[in-house]
Design a protein around this ligand. Structure first.
Ligand code: HEM
Length: 404
């Protein structure tokens, strides 16, 4: 029911609302009082004289006075400066050491929470900028980019994962599984141009977080700290799953990343979003009736709809009996055919809250695969008690703004 209501609302309104938030539009974040403009004074004294006239004696006195005043001014200015470090502003100096509370420096690739919230907002503001694109939102393809950038991880040798954004390079960008993800990378390019300090690895994963939240999904905890790597770190082809295979294949792929059955089923619920494209994977169609709304409809359809093989010239896929307009992959059907998977799929069909809770944890874990823990320690989130960031959705920010 909740999802049915959400699906009829404009995307912004469907997005998570709850805690208080402040809408931070471009340029409004971390706004401090602007420095007063420096007033330029003319230096030529009115009626100024030179030489040994009586006026010159006065000038000497005035000159000494001016020097004394300047000296006093400098003294007091210096005291203010010291106060700033040792007294009132001591906290600020300390923050520089701990990196907390907005003292991070994007110029060094280290942003503050507000810097990342601004990146989030800029992504959110662009999601629906092109109504011609698919179902009207780039959200689904951003969720897939973040997943494919992270899902190459191998826990045995710690290669792959989200730390590197190696899909920027031809070998990995051209892997069959990544077909179509150029749309997501291109979408994020203007965001990177506006915030050039952020790494692509952080940006792509943050894109996935923003997309899930803005499409009405759960909050996803996220930590910055990924660094981009060069071409030689591209992972070999074949690390991502094939849609035409069964549960053994799914386990082989996801166990390699370090996930268990419950996490596999939770992550697969992302197929509530988006669609298959014949010119990308060869498959065709959306999984659900609301492909730009994050819900548990995917699991409900798996259980409650009748699925049969679609008769067509394309690869093997399933089709719903009711409308013929929805699809499932062989790997999707495995979630109700395999008894261990089925148990979790059933839980998520019955409770959207449970699905949201488990998806949130599993997706956050996915987006951190392959990132050494010390990478996170450079950033304020780790230094500030180790709490990951949770971004405010634009809907939350709008509500907060309207209350002001
Ligand atoms: C067994 C595991 C999985 C398989 C075989 C699989 C396969 C696929 C395929 C074939 C597509 C269609 C691509 C296209 O033609 O555009 C797709 C799309 C998608 N996948 Fe998966 N996927 C899996 C798991 C996941 C996971 C874990 C996530 C995220 C957590 C995810 C998120 C998405 C999204 C959001 C789309 C829609 C993209 C769009 O609309 O452009 N998938 N997936």
């Amino acid at each position: 029911m909740a999802s049915a209501i959400r699906a009829t609302m404009p995307m912004r309104m469907r997005a998570n609302v709850g805690t208080t938030a402040i809408r931070r539009t471009a340029g409004s974040q971390v706004r401090m009082s602007a420095p007063k403009p420096c007033r330029a004074y003319s230096t030529s004294p009115q009626g100024g004289n030179s030489g040994g006239s009586p006026a010159s004696g006065n000038n000497v006195i005035i000159g000494v006075g001016v020097l004394a005043a300047a000296g006093l001014g400098f003294y007091f200015y210096n005291q203010e400066g010291k106060k700033d470090i040792l007294g009132v502003g001591a906290g600020r100096a300390e923050n520089k050491l701990t990196g907390s509370k907005g003292k991070a420096n994007p110029a060094n690739g280290i942003g503050s929470f507000q810097d990342y919230q601004q990146v989030y907002n800029d992504i959110a503001d662009r999601l629906e900028h092109n109504p011609e694109y698919d179902d009207g939102s780039y959200g689904p393809v951003l969720v897939r980019l973040a997943w494919h950038a992270s899902g190459t991880y191998n826990k045995e040798d710690k290669s792959g994962g989200s730390n590197g954004a190696t899909m920027r390079f031809a070998p990995e960008a051209n892997h069959g599984a990544n077909a179509g993800l150029l749309a997501a990378r291109d979408f994020l390019e203007p965001i990177h141009a506006k915030h050039p300090w952020i790494t692509y690895s952080d940006l792509w994963t943050l894109g996935g977080v923003a997309a899930v939240q803005e499409m009405g999904g759960p909050k996803i905890s996220w930590r910055p700290g990924r660094s981009d790597k060069e071409q030689e770190h591209c992972t070999p082809d074949g690390r991502l799953p094939d849609g035409d295979k069964g549960s053994d294949h799914i386990r082989f792929i996801f166990y390699r990343m370090g996930f268990n059955d419950q996490e596999i089923v939770a992550l697969s619920g992302a197929h509530a979003l988006g669609r298959c494209h014949t010119d990308r994977s060869g498959f065709e169609g959306p999984w659900t009736h609301s492909p730009i709304s994050f819900t548990n409809e995917y699991y409900n359809l798996l259980f409650n709809e009748k699925w049969s093989f679609r008769k067509w010239g394309g690869p093997k896929q399933y089709q719903d009996k009711s409308t013929g307009g929805l699809m499932m992959l062989t790997t999707d059907m495995a979630l109700v055919q395999d008894s261990s998977f089925r148990k979790y799929a059933n839980q998520y069909a019955e409770s959207e809250d449970k699905f949201f809770e488990d998806f949130s944890k599993a997706y956050a874990k996915l987006l951190e695969l392959g990132v050494p823990e010390e990478n996170f320690k450079k950033f304020e989130t780790a230094l500030d008690g180790g709490r990951p960031f949770q971004f405010k959705s634009t809907a939350e920010q709008e509500i907060e703004q309207s209350k002001k």
